[in-house]
Write a protein that binds this ligand. Structure first.
Ligand code: ADP
Length: 342
C-alpha cells in the first residue's frame, strides 16, 4: 500500500490578529513535487513551516507519511517529523567537512554504512570528491547541494524547500533547480517548494498551488494554472496576460472566441502573449505603446481601439516599434474565459 506523504486538512494559523493560513486542504501524491507560490505575505512560508513543525497550527490536522504530527493541540517537534528541510540560507556546520555535514543525521548508523550513504549522496548531488572540503571552500551552488544531500541523508518521507535558490545568480539557479528536481525524482522523494518565482514553479512543479490571503486559490498542473486559471488573480500571478472584455455576441477586440454557452457575468477572455499574432498595417486598430527587448524576442504592449491593453511577444526579426500600428489576432482555441475576482 502506498502511503500519502503529506495531508493537510482545514489547517488554520493566526499570529495575534493576522490570519496567515486560512483553512488549507492539501494532499501530495507519492513522489510528487509541489510548488507553493503566491504574492509576498500570502502565507506560503507559514504553511511550509507548519508542515516542518517550526510553527504550531491553531486548528486542523497535518499528517506526514500517514502519521498525525499536528492537530492544533499536540505538535510533534521538527526533529521527530520525517521531513528534510532546505532553506535559502544553507545553514551548514562551518567546522565540519562536507562528508560530516551530510553524515550529521546518520550518527546512529554503523561507520561503514554511514560512509557508503555519504558517498551515494555525494554522487547524487554531483559532488563526488568534495567530501573533505569545508563549507567555506565551496561556491553558493555547491553549498546548496550539500544542504540538499544532508537533508536527504536520513531518507525523509518528504522534503521541504523555502526559496532554496533565491540567493543564487540566474544561470546557476536554473541549473540547480533542475538538478534538485532530478535528485528528488531519482530517489522518489516528494517535496514542497516555496518560491516567489513563477518560472521556477512552472519548471519544476508536478503541480502548483497558488495561494492568496492564506488560502489556496488554485491547485493544478503547470499547464492548468497557466492556461486555465480559475480567475484573473491566478492568471496575472502566473505570467503576463491580456484580459479582453467579451461582447454579447462572444467577440472581443481581437475577434470571436469559442464559448460553450453564454459567458458568466463580468467574464473576460484571458490570452497569453504567445497566443496572439501581430500583422503590421498602417490602418490597424492596434497601436504599439511599449516594447521591451528580452534577447530571443520582444515583449510588446499594444492599445487596441485606444483602450484595451494587449500584451504579446514577437521574435527578434521584424519587431514593430512604439508608435507602429497593426492588427492582432487570437490563435484559435487558445483563449480562456475567466471571471475576475479582484
Ligand atoms: P509569505 O511566505 O507568503 O510571504 P508568510 O507566511 O511569511 O507569507 O506571512 C503570512 C502573514 O503572516 C503575513 O501577513 C506576515 O506578516 C504574517 N507573519 C508571518 N510570520 C509572522 C510572525 N512570526 N509574527 C507575526 N506575523 C507573522
Amino acid at each position: 500500500m502506498t502511503v500519502t506523504p503529506l495531508r493537510l486538512d482545514a489547517v488554520v494559523k493566526t499570529y495575534e490578529d493576522v490570519l496567515a493560513v486560512d483553512g488549507v486542504d492539501l494532499e501530495l501524491a507519492p513522489g510528487e513535487l509541489l510548488a507553493l507560490v503566491g504574492p509576498s505575505g500570502c502565507g506560503k512560508s507559514t504553511l511550509l513551516r507548519s508542515i516542518a513543525g517550526l510553527v504550531a497550527i491553531d486548528t486542523g490536522t497535518i499528517h506526514l507519511a500517514g502519521a498525525l504530527v499536528d492537530d492544533g493541540r499536540d505538535h510533534l517537534p521538527p526533529e521527530r517529523r520525517p521531513a528534510g528541510l532546505v532553506f535559502q540560507e544553507h545553514a551548514l556546520f562551518p567546522h565540519l567537512t562536507v562528508a560530516d555535514n551530510i553524515g550529521f543525521g546518520l550518527r546512529d548508523h554503523r561507520t561503514d554504512e554511514r560512509q557508503t550513504r555519504i558517498d551515494e549522496l555525494l554522487e547524487l548531488v554531483d559532488l563526488a570528491g568534495f567530501g573533505d572540503r569545508f563549507p567555506h571552500e565551496l561556491s553558493g551552488g555547491e553549498r546548496q547541494r550539500v544542504a540538499l544531500a544532508r537533508a536527504l541523508a536520513p531518507s525523509p518521507a518528504l522534503m521541504l524547500f523555502d526559496e532554496p535558490f533565491a540567493s543564487l545568480d540566474h544561470n546557476l539557479r536554473i541549473k540547480l533547480r533542475h538538478d534538485v528536481a532530478a535528485a528528488l525524482k531519482a530517489t522518489g522523494t516528494p517535496a514542497v517548494f516555496v518560491t516567489h518565482d513563477q518560472q521556477e514553479a512552472l519548471a519544476i512543479g508536478d503541480r502548483i498551488a497558488v495561494m492568496r490571503n492564506g488560502r489556496i486559490r488554485q491547485l493544478g498542473t503547470p499547464a492548468e494554472v497557466y492556461h486555465q486559471p480559475v480567475d484573473d488573480f491566478v492568471a496575472a500571478f502566473m505570467g503576463t496576460a491580456s484580459f479582453l472584455p467579451i461582447a454579447n455576441d462572444a467577440t472581443t477586440v481581437l475577434g470571436p472566441i469559442d464559448l460553450d454557452g453564454a459567458a458568466p457575468a463580468d467574464a473576460v477572455a484571458m490570452v497569453r502573449p504567445d497566443d496572439i499574432v501581430f500583422t503590421a498595417s498602417a490602418t490597424g486598430e492596434a497601436e504599439i505603446v511599449g516594447a521591451a527587448y528580452h534577447g530571443s524576442g520582444w515583449h510588446l504592449h499594444a492599445s487596441v481601439h485606444d483602450g484595451v491593453d494587449v500584451y504579446f511577444t514577437v521574435g527578434h526579426l521584424d519587431a514593430p516599434a512604439v508608435g507602429d500600428r497593426g492588427t492582432l489576432a487570437l490563435t484559435p482555441g487558445h483563449c480562456q474565459v475567466v471571471v475576475p475576482r479582484r
